[in-house]
Ligand binder design. Structure first.
Ligand code: ADP
Ligand code: MG
Ligand code: MG
Length: 877
């Protein structure tokens, strides 16, 4: 293969081969912009080198030929003693990894050519400064010498001269530094600094190859989900010198503001300096606008080039440039990173400028960015006192008084207080408290722990796994680092994005984007961001094929979901309707010894259920509402086994308690997740599902009577065999007929057997809804509540999965089951309605899969609805 490309041979679409930097240097070269000549060694050569620990055959010759061409063009040879060509050796991978890898400047200088450079430039100081830079960068990068040693030597030189600024060092100081640096190299690397120019270049190339596997580069790739086997390209670029004097300098710029998108001049400039100085912060830079005063012609040319780049890349670009004695050179450009807010604004600005169309604009923003824009945030944290850090599990900024039990959370919230609920970890029993709290802070558990998942679902701020906190529920306090004790009532501020926990109150600012979705801020009120969001959402909605519904189980959530654009409810859970005061009836139901007793309990529950359903139907009037019949095992509604046992053993118990204990023991299961739950309850407990169906039917009847337009879809959970579904369906149809209303009856597909027999199940179902949470658990055979902290960290580290299958759908395994069920279900019943109601319904990547596999809708928590709408649009474009 061809391993080396001259800049005139490449282009911006060759990033795989030439890396981002090389591809864009080639692109700029071919646009006729002033780029110093050079060539790129491909990432393929790097991969070969990393694998074989030697460069591929023929690479040396190919580099040699390209170097000769470069020398001819420049009219001087690399390191030529009387007039040296110098080059930089620069890393550049497909995805930018800012500052992660290495660059060596001024390659080609040695004890002879430094004189040639001095003479030719007429600037001795500059020549020796360049030479000491080479030894410094080469020592650090190629020879692995601690950079501090070189820095210390500079500091000593400054001290000796009694100056603070590197600009005040003189030729002799740099000569002294070169000597000192060579000593450092000899002492640290056990060899002399190599003076042969081609050897310098070859060693630098190998070092850049090797820097792909530097620990910080590996860490960065893991965080950014960049594949680890790409390798980096290496660019050899003729040097231009920003350190030739005050009419020289170096800088960085953006073609528009990367945090707002506003057009203008954004950047920094440093006079008489070489590239690294800007980032290293050796001196303070001046704003780029000052360049107009310093060097008007370069400034004008730069603006001209920025415009050319924007019109060419049709996007915000960032650039690196150097001015050598009044002549401007472009050293790098790429489509620049930006904040979420800027992404939306830039996309619409580019539409307005006629540079891109609306489809492209929607492609350029992501659901993750939109989600970021929806969370409230802390304003200024510079004065905030950080106590500890956990994992940012559900974004947002929450401030409130610390409480340690759900009961106190509810009590204080009822008194109008903002509270932060602190728990070691949360359980379903904490739901009240979690709802009442502004934020949730746990000391155990990961990003898919109960606290995290529930909080995200509610759009509530959550920091989890803050392990430095010792939470003592009994004493109503927590101990943190530095001997800090948090007592009930102490104010905390938690940041669900960064995971930071602050003592005291940090000021919070509201997200205008949420106000917009809520309808309290209109798109025409002058907020540019809101206007951009409005326009792009409008286009995504018009483009998408997938419907978007909400997971909501009360009227308030349903109403909010509708404001956020939900086209119905895809999952209304009914189990919370058996909590609180209603637990008593569930106990009665379970303890009932006669049919009458049982009926009595059911009769008491039915009107309560009916009322719940009516609220939801009203909020979703005219839209479909999928109600899932009760799913969890019954013992979840009974008192705790240990508590009861203790109570009975200590003689504190009455008759009821003893019967209850017996029932709890009877219902106790080793594996409740795989036990008596879902459709199995309906089959085994007479009347339970029937009561729920009747409540739904009567709610529908009453609302229809009142002129409303309710659309009920009854969903049976955890079906594995069509026979189960048939039993429950027959009972339900009887009741619907009895009340005289219509409703669709369907099932969740959340067990592998259901997916594999979907063709049969579709005989008895009007619709399927994929319960991807359970389907993931049952396909992998691990329980979400248990495995996270146990081994997910290790699995992620080893790359067994790149992201938790509870966050993003495992397309190969779980997705395959979904695909089979879709195909076989539709074969049986072409008009089968298909949806998904797991957590994945609001996950951007998963939404694209659900679009591809042909579902009719996704359902997700109210706060994720805009995200799902946007991603469904992007999937369709
Ligand atoms: P990074 O990828 O970390 O930005 P670069 O390869 O861009 O590293 O190099 C860092 C800096 O070195 C550049 O911004 C530029 O200022 C300077 N530089 C690189 N090559 C040259 C060159 N040929 N002439 C002058 N300066 C250069
Ligand atoms: Mg750079
Ligand atoms: Mg389920």
């Amino acid at each position: 293969p061809k391993y080396v490309y001259d800049f005139t041979e490449g282009n911006k679409d060759l990033k795989d081969l030439l890396g981002g930097k090389g591809a864009n240097l080639a692109e700029m070269t071919n646009l006729g912009l002033p780029v110093p000549p050079g060539f790129t060694i491909t990432s393929e050569a790097c991969r070969y080198y990393l694998e074989h620990d030697s460069v591929p055959d023929g690479l040396d010759d190919e580099i040699g030929r390209n170097l000769e061409a470069l020398e001819r063009e420049m009219g001087k040879r690399l390191g030529q003693p009387d007039d040296p060509l110098l080059v930089s050796v620069r890393s550049g991978a497909k995805f930018s990894m800012p500052g992660m890898m290495e660059t060596v400047l001024n390659v080609g200088l040695n004890d002879e050519s430094v004189h040639g450079l001095a003479e030719r430039s007429g600037n001795e100081r500059f020549a020796w400064d360049s030479y000491r830079r080479l030894i410094q960068m080469f020592g650090k990068t190629v020879l692995d010498i601690d950079g501090e040693l070189f820095e210390d030597a500079i500091d000593q030189a400054k001290q000796a001269r009694g100056v603070e600024n590197d600009l005040d060092l003189e030729t002799d100081d740099f000569k002294g530094l070169v000597a000192r640096y060579k000593d450092i190299v000899r002492e640290q690397a056990g060899r002399d600094f190599p003076t042969e120019p081609r050897e310098q270049m070859d060693l630098a190339i190998k070092a850049v190859f090797g820097s792909w596997n530097a620990p910080r580069a590996i860490l960065y790739r893991r965080q950014e989900r960049i594949p680890s086997d790409l390798g980096t390209a290496v660019n050899i670029v003729a040097m231009v010198f920003g350190n030739m004097g005050m009419d020289s300098g170096t800088g960085v710029a953006f073609t528009r503001d990367p945090s707002t998108g506003r057009q203008g001049i954004y950047g920094d400039y440093l006079q008489n300096a070489q590239g690294e100085d800007v980032v290293a912060g050796v001196r303070s830079t001046v704003p780029l606008t000052d360049l107009e005063e310093l060097d008007k012609s370069s400034y004008d040319e730069l603006l001209q080039i920025m415009e050319t780049l924007e019109n060419h890349y049709l996007d915000l670009c960032d650039i690196e440039f150097t001015i050598e004695s009044g002549k401007l050179w472009m050293l790098q450009t790429r489509v620049g990173k930006r904040t979420a807010a800027a992404a939306f604004r830039i996309a619409t600005q580019l539409v307005d400028q006629g540079l891109i169309d609306k489809d492209e604009a929607v492609r350029r923003v992501t659901g993750d960015q939109l989600a970021q824009l929806m969370f409230p945030r802390f304003g200024d944290i510079s004065d905030a006192e950080e106590l500890t850090k956990g994992m940012g599990a559900s974004p947002g900024a929450a401030v409130g008084k610390a409480v340690f039990t759900s009961r106190r959370a509810v009590e204080l919230a009822d008194d109008g207080e903002d509270v932060i609920l602190l728990r070691r970890e949360t359980s379903p029993d904490d739901l009240d408290g979690m709802i009442a709290a502004r934020g949730i802070l746990t000391s155990r558990g990961g990003k898919t722990s109960h606290a995290a998942v529930v909080a995200r679902g509610m759009g509530k701020t959550c920091v989890c796994g803050a392990e430095e906190l010792e939470i003592d529920v009994k004493a109503r306090q927590a101990h943190g680092p530095g001997n800090v004790t948090i007592k009930e009532g102490d104010v905390l501020s938690i940041d669900g994005t960064s995971g930071a926990v602050y003592l005291g109150e940090v000021a919070v600012v509201d997200s205008p984007v949420v106000q917009y979705f809520e309808g309290t801020l209109s798109a025409t009120e002058g907020d540019e961001l809101v206007e951009a969001v409005d326009r792009l959402m409008g286009h995504a909605d018009a483009a998408r094929r997938l419907g978007v519904r909400a997971n909501a189980d009360n009227g308030d959530d349903a109403a909010r979901a509708r404001r956020f654009g939900a086209q119905g409810i895809g999952l209304c859970r009914t189990e919370h309707m058996f909590l609180g005061e209603r637990r008593q009836y569930v106990e009665d139901l379970i303890l009932a010894e006669t049919t009458e007793d049982r009926q009595h309990a059911l009769d008491a529950l039915e009107p309560l259920q009916k009322q719940d359903f009516k609220e939801i139907f009203e909020a979703m009037d005219g839209l479909p509402v999928t109600i899932r019949l009760i799913d969890p095992p019954l013992h979840e509604f009974l008192p705790d086994l240990t508590d009861l046992t203790v109570k009975v053993a200590t003689g504190d118990a009455d008759d009821d308690d003893e019967r209850l204990l017996e029932a709890v023991q009877r219902l106790h299961e080793q594996n409740p997740m795989l036990g008596l739950r879902g459709v199995r309850l309906g089959v085994v407990i007479p009347g339970l599902f029937g009561m729920q169906v009747r409540a739904i039917a009567e709610a529908v009847a009453e609302l229809t009577e009142a002129g409303k337009d309710p659309h009920a879809e009854i969903m049976i959970p955890l079906v594995a065999a069509v026979q189960e579904l048939e039993i429950v369906r027959d009972e339900a149809e009887g009741i619907l007929a009895d009340v005289g209303v219509d409703a669709l009856i369907g099932t969740m597909i959340e067990l592998p057997r259901a997916a594999m027999t979907a063709g049969q199940i579709a005989e008895a179902a009007h619709f399927f809804s994929f319960g991807t949470n359970d389907l993931t658990q049952t396909t992998w055979g691990f329980s979400r509540d248990d495995v996270e902290s146990a081994f997910f960290g290790r699995y992620l580290e080893l790359g067994i999965f790149g992201v938790s299958p509870f966050e993003t759908l495992d397309v190969d395994g779980v997705g395959r089951l979904v695909r089979i069920a879709v195909e076989e279900g539709r074969r049986t019943r072409p008009d089968l309605k298909l949806g998904i109601c797991g957590e994945h319904g609001g996950d951007p990547e998963s939404v694209h899969f659900f679009h591809d596999v042909g579902l009719d809708y996704v359902s997700c928590s109210p706060f994720r609805i805009p995200v799902a709408r946007l991603e469904a649009g992007r999937a369709a474009i």
